[in-house]
Design a protein around this ligand. Structure first.
Ligand SMILES: [Zn+2]
Length: 698
């Protein structure tokens, strides 16, 4: 595929320029224009092609290339940045009287009414982006308003933030020499749910809400963490501006940002006065539950920049802007039953089944009860009247029982002793209850749903309900069966949309959709070991660990042959985790699954992955280590093995665990054993520590 596309380009330079432009246009189309035209898998493939070209032609390097979004190295800490214009906070009001009083104050002060703009208040982390001559040079958090943290390397990894502004677009204003854009970094709700599902599978505590998750991600010292979490950005203000068009209003400024490729809120509404703003608030409140991001209110501001300047600001906040905050909505209903649901990692979580109740624009029948300890702490009983809350960012939750309404017939809730799916005796770890049976059918069902997801094997078109049908019909009994799907069998299933709508007429999936699912499965066979391992829902083996393992071993067989001690030497893998990996990867159940996957032609090598990590290197040092596959062995006196591995990887090398013909260099410390012998046998270059230091000093 990539070979074919390269033929149509006269020079690598032309293709590189084309790919950079195409990939950034794909980002803008997705994040700024909400008109995506490229599938994620295609984006990844083209990004890889670009990385390969840049690696082969270092002279074509460019700091604003999409491949440079993630630098190789983590940092030690954040440096401080003083904001050119302070980042002030916004006054809040919780009722319309407060909003009207604010508008009246503005009108009195200006001597007339003025046009307003109402924007949804996306619940995220305030950030300031500094562009110089259209290139992103710095990103900083609000901090105390005067001084924030420099989070440039993390922000570069956020694809919604353009590294270079689109200046030649039709109708776009001339780019200022300096432009500071203020806005919100936020985590889309789907991403929040995806990350929590992954954390729950690894038995890690779930993130409390999308806002904290976004903030925590930006505080990460490793940009790769930010890149793995798909944060988004929306602009909502301006800081310093030097040169370029002198904008007279916020709406004109925002329109220019959009033309330059910076995402702005599409729900933004121009209001003639405060009555319009009230209407915008009311109409938005009805719709906000349906949006893909958390919104906790509406921001209303005076549109004209001259009027804003005339109104000025107090110590704390500008006088020309106010935030109307929505109340989290609550309702009372009866708790009928508690369903214990089995997650893909075996966690059994309680879900409240309730009498249907209307909250914030939809009928709610189920709510989370978190875990058995929460149930005990709140003393929630079956038959209780319960208060249920639906906040914008989370699934409905049971807040508390209405104790005064009790009749005495309410029944206490007990944690189950046996798995509701397979009947195994459950294990308890703190507040969590687990089914540890690896062959549990409910866990398998959840794992298959996870397996086909966008960030796992990406078999598009296979939704949850189709998977339920395939499993119920006995067509899918293992992961490998997903790759054996027969288009005519899939076409005969009832379509996802039909089931979701609850209509009775049995519309089928149809031939075209079925063929596309089969084609996606075929494509998914080649995603490589890292994606596969991270998709299978193996205990403790999430995306990060899967990458670590695939980076260290060329294929599954080599990984299965590794000892716990070898795995423990890898970054972020502890003793206990290493033991569990060795045990699980060699368990008869997983061995059977892997053999089955190999039989249908699924790629069990790490080829793809190792290339992409080298491609994402920040570059700058034309190191002799770039692209080399290196194995460490023996005791190194002057280096911590983990730090050394990171250092080598930062210079574009790939560090693996076993010596093969693909190994370029073996670095041998004292008491090096079988790996050194193997290297000599294969004629692989061997460096001692002195030679290593010499190479690193270059
Ligand atoms: Zn079970």
């Amino acid at each position: 595929m990539s070979a074919a596309s390269s033929n149509s380009w006269k020079t690598p330079h032309e293709e590189v320029v084309h790919l950079r432009d195409l990939l950034e246009r794909a980002n803008t189309a997705y994040y700024c224009d909400a008109e995506p035209f490229m599938a994620d898998s295609e984006y990844d493939r083209l990004l890889q092609r670009l990385a390969d070209l840049e690696a082969a032609h270092p002279e074509l390097a460019d700091a604003t290339s999409p491949t440079r979004r993630v630098g190789g190295a983590a940092i030690d800490g954040f440096t401080s940045v003083r904001h050119a214009r302070p980042m002030q906070s916004i006054d809040n009001t919780y009722d319309l009287d407060g909003l009207r009083a604010w508008a009246a104050r503005c009108e009195k002060s200006l001597g007339r009414s003025s046009s307003l703009v109402a924007d949804p208040k996306v619940d995220g982390v305030a950030i300031s982006l500094r562009y110089e001559k259209g290139v992103l040079v710095q990103a900083a958090t609000r901090g105390d308003g005067a001084v924030g943290d420099d989070v440039t390397s993390n922000i570069r990894a956020v694809r919604a933030v353009p590294l270079r502004l689109r200046s030649a677009a039709r109708g776009s204003a001339a780019l200022p020499d300096v432009l500071e854009v203020r806005g919100e970094i936020y985590m889309p709700l789907a991403e929040f749910q995806r990350i929590n599902a992954e954390r729950s599978a690894r038995n890690e505590p779930e993130l409390a809400n999308a806002r904290n998750a976004a903030a925590g991600t930006l505080k990460s010292l490793d940009p790769a963490v930010t890149a793995a979490r798909r944060l988004s950005f929306v602009a909502h203000g301006r800081g310093e501006q030097r040169g370029g068009e002198a904008f007279t209003s916020f709406s004109a400024f925002i329109a220019a940002l959009r033309a330059w490729g910076i995402p702005t809120n599409r729900e933004s509404r121009a209001c003639a006065g405060v009555t319009d703003a009230e209407e915008a608030i009311a109409s938005f409140e009805r719709r906000r539950e349906t949006l893909p991001y958390a919104v906790d209110g509406m921001v209303v501001r005076v549109d004209s920049f001259a009027d804003q300047d005339a109104l000025g600001s107090t110590e704390r906040s500008p006088r020309w802007i106010i935030a109307f905050k929505y109340q989290a909505e609550r309702a009372t209903t009866r708790l009928v039953r508690v369903d214990w649901q089995v997650g893909k990692g075996g966690t059994i979580t309680p879900r409240a089944a309730m009498e249907p109740v209307w909250i914030a624009g939809s009928t709610v029948r189920h709510a989370t009860l978190h875990n058995i300890e929460e149930i005990m702490r709140k003393d929630i009983r079956i038959g209780d009247l319960v208060e249920v809350e639906k906040a914008g960012e989370v699934i409905p939750q049971v807040i508390a029982p209405v104790v005064s309404a009790r009749t005495g017939s309410e029944q206490p809730i007990e944690a189950p002793m046996h798995c509701p799916s397979c009947g195994s005796v459950l294990e308890r770890e703190g507040p969590k209850v687990f089914c540890v049976n690896p062959a549990c059918p409910a866990q398998f069902r959840e794992r298959v749903k996870w397996f086909v997801g966008r960030d796992q094997m990406a078999i598009d078109g296979l939704g949850e309900r189709l998977i339920d049908q395939l499993i119920d019909a006995g067509i899918v009994r293992g992961f490998a069966d997903l790759f054996r799907l027969d288009a005519s069998a899939v076409a005969a299933l009832t379509s996802e949309a039909q089931l979701a709508s609850g209509k009775t007429s049995q519309r089928k999936v149809g031939d075209r959709t079925a063929q596309s699912i089969v084609a996606m499965a075929e494509e998914a066979k080649g995603r490589g070991l890292a994606r596969l391992l991270g998709s299978m829902g193996i205990r403790l083996l999430g995306v990060t660990a899967a990458k670590t393992l695939a980076r260290a071993y060329p294929d599954l067989a080599a990984l299965q042959a590794a000892s716990a001690a070898e795995l423990e030497a890898l970054p972020d893998i502890g003793e206990r985790t290493a033991e569990i990996f060795v045990q699980n990867l060699n368990s008869p159940l997983l061995r059977g699954m892997f053999a089955d996957l190999a039989a249908v032609g699924v790629d069990l090598t790490s080829r793809d992955f190792s290339a992409s990590t080298a491609g994402n290197d920040r570059g700058g040092n034309a190191s002799s280590l770039r692209g080399k596959t290196i194995v460490l062995t023996g005791t190194l006196v002057g280096h911590d093995r983990r730090a050394l591995t990171e250092m080598l990887e930062a210079r574009g090398a790939k560090v693996t665990g076993s010596v093969s013909r693909k190994t370029d260099v073996v670095i041998a410390g004292s008491e090096a054993g079988s790996k050194l012998d193997k290297a000599r046998e294969l004629g692989v270059e061997v460096w001692d520590e002195a030679r290593l230091d010499q190479e690193l000093a270059e």
